[in-house]
Design a binder for this molecule. Structure first.
Ligand code: TPP
Ligand code: MG
Length: 592
């Protein structure tokens, strides 16, 4: 077989059923091999072609995030590969497994500044979980298989395969098995997989819990990546411990459940942040005390006498916050070990006073906004969509205020429904991620909640939606500019809106969508039209586009400023702040 045929056969063996990518000279043999494979096997590996390789990267990421499977992207050398740098870094930062296959100039031309040559191993080496430059064609088959193994095991991440054209055209024997020897990595994985929580460690954790009066779980994306949401729900439910999640952890527990205290952090719910302020025992599961959560590390969870941390990545333990107890291992197994211990010891505590306190926080400091405003408030848009989708839709976003409003006001009943560029915060993520998610989950309603600036970044992918007739729903919350940037400029730069106001821009989003073949493309300007149009929009059977002209001055609240503690949180006009309101339990330390 040719190297290209071998590579495609390994993809098929790995269960790949969708490839996102853009062709070009240095990758032609593999594109041809995919074509022939599909001819023989009834289009079992469709190629989804974006407008720009960055789109393919975020499609593969959306596919991976929605399904938990490895996303695959296939691009040419030089500019094709460099257009993928942002999605690869984005996947690394959010621990998303993808395999990116890049064409490369022939081995003899590498280093000569050949046509469309780029130093992919050095560029991607800095941003990917791992990069292979395949110079020995005899190792191609094993390397492709190993790339999938590395992408999906341990802390998941992006793996890049740089495949010179002569390696694609080489002819050799397909073995059907075999991987590269990567003994160090495999030993680490084996240790992780075998890691049981020792009885003594369980005893220590439960000893801390037994004296805790206000325990809180702080769950991150690691729980979802590990497929441990069910175990987390069981753990939290059995022990009756409330849960806050990070932006990446949204959906790990059902946000509508009694024990969910929703999202914490810079734009977390006020009640979530107050719960963090008040807790005396914090269990961090698959979370990493990121600066959007612990902007001021010393002031984070100031009353927690005991902090426990479970993570798959040893380098996260103690990286930001010193903890009292830690375990490096698989999340599912760790939670099952803890549950098993709790059952065997019949561990039970009455935390009803703490539950009442959390309920009170939730009621008194509920999310809210100006409901009487004549202008369309973005929160109202999300609430209205949420009334129809009820926590069951896949939501993707761009980056900015709209992203935070979506995180705050949508419900999520299950994991892998909330797809957002968390750590990198990459504008332009939403639309291609929605395409990838819809390819992975044909049965689900997929909605991209986008910003007018974010959608511009990959607006070419509107056409991809209609080309493949994907019933993706796109909402642009148009505030005529980079709203989040404006919010910071108002707060920290005396309102000088340097390069962030777009009120003089002339883009007609509806016409743009129509030009790309959208049969449903509607702009809403009046509040009274909103609910009716949203109903039509959500129930439209094909691709649909909705632009909503929102209050340009709407802000994201609450907000904990960068570097600040939660005690400095501002909650805006419509969410009650604890420093202004008298609550029945003003000093958490005196609660019990
Ligand atoms: C690729 C990229 N460039 C710049 C930024 C910085 N940035 C963060 S939010 C934002 C504004 C986003 O505007 P829009 O998409 O309209 O969302 P809004 O905040 O208005 O809801 C910018 C420029 C970024 N996150 N990503
Ligand atoms: Mg905007």
């Amino acid at each position: 077989m040719s190297g290209a045929d071998i590579l495609v056969q390994v993809l098929a063996d790995e269960g790949v059923d969708t490839i996102f990518g853009y062709s070009g000279g240095a990758i032609l043999p593999i594109y041809d091999a995919v074509f022939r494979f599909n001819e023989e096997h009834g289009a079992s590996m469709p190629l989804i072609v974006p407008a720009n390789e960055q789109g393919a990267g975020f499609m593969a990421a959306g596919f991976a995030r929605a399904s938990g499977r490895v996303g695959v992207a296939l691009v040419t050398s030089g500019p094709g590969a460099t257009n993928m740098v942002t999605p690869v870094r984005d996947c690394m930062a959010d621990s998303v497994p993808i395999v990116l296959i890049c064409g490369q100039v022939p081995t003899t031309a590498i280093g000569t500044d050949a046509f469309q040559e780029a130093p992919v191993p050095s560029i991607m080496g800095a941003v990917a979980k791992h990069v292979f430059l395949i110079t020995d064609p005899a190792k191609l088959e094993a390397t492709v298989r190993t790339a999938f193994e590395i992408a999906r095991t341990g802390r998941p991440g992006p793996v890049v395969l740089d495949v010179p054209k002569d390696v694609q055209n080489w002819r050799g024997v397909f073995h059907g098995s075999g991987r590269l020897p990567i003994p160090g990595y495999r030993q680490r994985m084996k240790r992780l997989e075998a890691s049981k929580l020792p009885e003594a460690a369980c005893a220590d954790l439960f000893a801390a819990l037994s004296v805790a009066k206000r325990p809180l779980i702080y769950a991150g994306g690691g729980v979802i990546n590990a497929g441990a949401s069910a175990e987390l729900r069981e753990f939290s439910g059995r022990l009756q411990i409330p849960v806050v999640t990070t932006l990446m952890g949204i959906g790990a527990v059902d946000t509508t459940s009694a024990l969910s205290m929703r999202m914490l952090g810079m734009h977390g719910a006020a009640f979530a942040n107050y719960a963090v302020e008040d807790c005396d025992c914090l269990l961090a599961f698959g979370a990493r005390f990121d600066d959007r959560v612990a902007g001021n590390v010393a002031k984070f969870a100031p009353q927690a006498k005991f902090i426990a941390h479970i993570d798959i990545d040893a380098s996260e333990i103690g990286k930001v916050k010193r903890v009292n107890w830690s375990h490096v291992g698989l999340m599912t197994e760790a939670l099952l070990d803890l549950l098993d211990y709790a059952k065997r010891k019949d561990f039970q505590r009455d935390w009803s006073a703490w539950h009442r306190h959390c309920d009170e926080l939730r009621t008194k400091h509920a999310m809210n906004f100006d409901r009487d405003s004549d202008l369309i408030q973005p929160y109202y848009v999300i609430e209205s969509i949420n009334k129809l989708t009820r926590g069951e839709a896949i939501i993707t976003t761009g980056v900015g205020q709209h992203q935070m409003w979506a995180a705050q006001y949508f419900d999520f009943c299950s994991p892998r429904l909330w797809l957002t560029s968390g750590s990198m915060g990459t504008m332009g993520f939403g639309l291609p991620a929605a395409v990838g998610a819809q390819m992975a989950r044909r049965d689900r309603l997929v909605i991209d909640i986008d910003g007018d600036a974010s959608i511009r970044m990959n607006i070419g992918e509107l056409e991809t939606v209609t080309t493949y007739d994907l019933p993706v729903k796109i909402v642009v919350l148009n505030n005529f500019g980079d709203g989040m940037v404006k919010q910071w400029q108002k707060l920290f730069h005396k309102g000088r809106l340097s390069a962030s106001d777009k009120s003089l821009h002339t883009k007609d989003f509806v016409k743009a969508a129509q030009a790309d073949g959208f049969k449903f493309a509607v702009r809403v300007e009046k509040k009274s039209d909103l609910e009716r149009v949203i109903e039509e929009f959500i129930h439209f059977p094909g691709p649909a586009f909705l632009e909503v002209l929102i209050d340009r001055d709407a802000g994201v609240y609450p907000m904990v400023g960068p570097g600040q503690g939660y005690d400095e949180m501002i909650t805006g006009e419509h969410i009650a702040s604890r420093t202004e309101v008298v609550i029945s339990v003003p000093d958490a330390s005196e609660m019990f």
